[in-house]
Write a new protein. Structure first.
Length: 207
């Protein structure tokens, strides 16, 4: 797409925005404080952002019971890899580039916690065996915290993420079955049934 208004430099970009406030800048830390560690330890959902050696980006949701993410110490966290589709996009990217960015989301809370840092995939029995899960995970992603900060709630407030009234207004949004049916010219109801069977099997395999 040819866009004559494309901003090509950081200086050009910054001209359109005010400078961030002191608290916004100084809230970024190089290690986890006690409250952030508790937030992460209780978290049930996260988005893991990675990229491959060519710079192709990927963002993948991760969910589980509280404890599927463990705080190892003030500078290290571990995410259990639970049953998925075995594409291994995230794990392959971490192996290839050794970097990850995490967004931790707590149901019902608008603020989120962000963590960026070096990352690797481990099979360390001591790390895997310490997860309080029905089954010991095959691998875990360990992230060494280089940058962490709490992110404000405005995006969740604007999007009505936890507002049931907003959910009702979006009831006609296509679900995954409709999208796949559109892409592969299939029957949406058949796809929906297959998805539910697959979900049930993978969740049961978690133990």
């Amino acid at each position: 797409m040819d866009d004559p208004h494309r901003l090509a430099t950081v200086d050009a970009l910054r001209q359109h925005y005010r400078m961030p406030g002191k608290l916004v800048v100084e809230k970024e830390r190089a290690e986890l404080d006690e409250a952030t560690a508790r937030f992460i330890s209780r978290c049930r959902f996260a988005v893991v952002a990675t990229f491959d050696e060519d710079g192709n980006a990927d963002a993948s949701p991760r969910g589980g019971p509280s404890g599927f993410v463990r705080v190892l110490d003030a500078q290290h966290i571990a995410l259990a890899d639970l049953n998925g589709n075995n594409r291994l996009d995230t794990l392959q990217n971490v192996v290839r580039t050794g970097r990850a960015g995490l967004l931790f989301v707590m149901p019902g809370k608008g603020e989120t916690v962000r963590v960026n840092g070096a990352a690797w995939v481990t099979t360390d029995p001591a790390v895997l065996g310490a997860f309080q899960l029905p089954k010991v995970p095959v691998t875990a992603i360990v992230v060494r915290v280089e940058s962490t900060y709490v992110h404000c709630a405005k995006a969740f407030m604007r999007g009505g993420v936890w507002d049931p009234a907003a959910w009702a207004a979006l009831a006609e949004t296509p679900d995954g079955a409709e999208i796949l049916a559109c892409q592969f010219t299939m029957d949406a109801n058949g796809v929906r049934g297959a998805l539910q069977e697959g979900y049930a099997a993978d969740l049961a395999a978690d133990g």
